[in-house]
Design a protein around this ligand. Structure first.
Ligand code: COA
Length: 113
């Protein structure tokens, strides 16, 4: 079993996502739509950024970029990791959990191998 964790200041990501190049380099279209539709969108962007870092740590594949990793919520709001199709088996073994406040966003990823 491998794991990863990341914590980030919401204000830092809130500033960065104002830059369209950063936004599209880091987040998928689906993530942008999800976060933009929320009242406190910076918190949702920040927690996804933290999730990408936590997942990267758990998976341990240095070639993965932020854009290769994304987060998808099911109909109950529960988040899951999405990885490129060649890592489908790894993706199925990944569990993530996210939490955010006005100031901080935190994500944990566990790879059950
Ligand atoms: C879903 C819930 C847990 C979110 O908790 P919260 O304190 O409001 O918010 P947090 O910042 O900690 O977590 C938000 C994240 O939780 C995740 N989440 C939402 N629904 C979820 C679910 N059903 N399962 C797991 N994670 C969930 C999401 O990733 C969300 O962030 P996102 O929208 O950016 O993806 C909460 O709204 C809820 O339903 N609580 C009920 C808990 C309860 O019944 N407790 C009784 C036993 S202790």
């Amino acid at each position: 079993m491998q794991s990863g964790i990341d914590i980030i200041e919401v204000s830092r990501i809130g500033e960065l996502v104002k830059n369209k190049r950063f936004l599209h380099r880091v987040f998928s279209k689906e993530e942008i739509a999800y976060c933009s539709g929320k009242k406190n969108s910076a918190q949702h962007f920040a927690v996804r950024f933290a999730a990408k870092e936590a997942i990267w740590k758990a998976v341990g594949n240095r070639k993965l970029s932020h854009r290769d990793i994304s987060v998808k919520n099911d109909e109950h709001g529960k988040p899951a990791a999405v990885l490129p199709s060649n890592l489908e088996k790894t993706c199925r073994k990944l569990c993530i959990s996210l939490s955010h406040t006005k100031s901080f966003a935190v994500a944990v990823a566990v790879l059950n191998e």
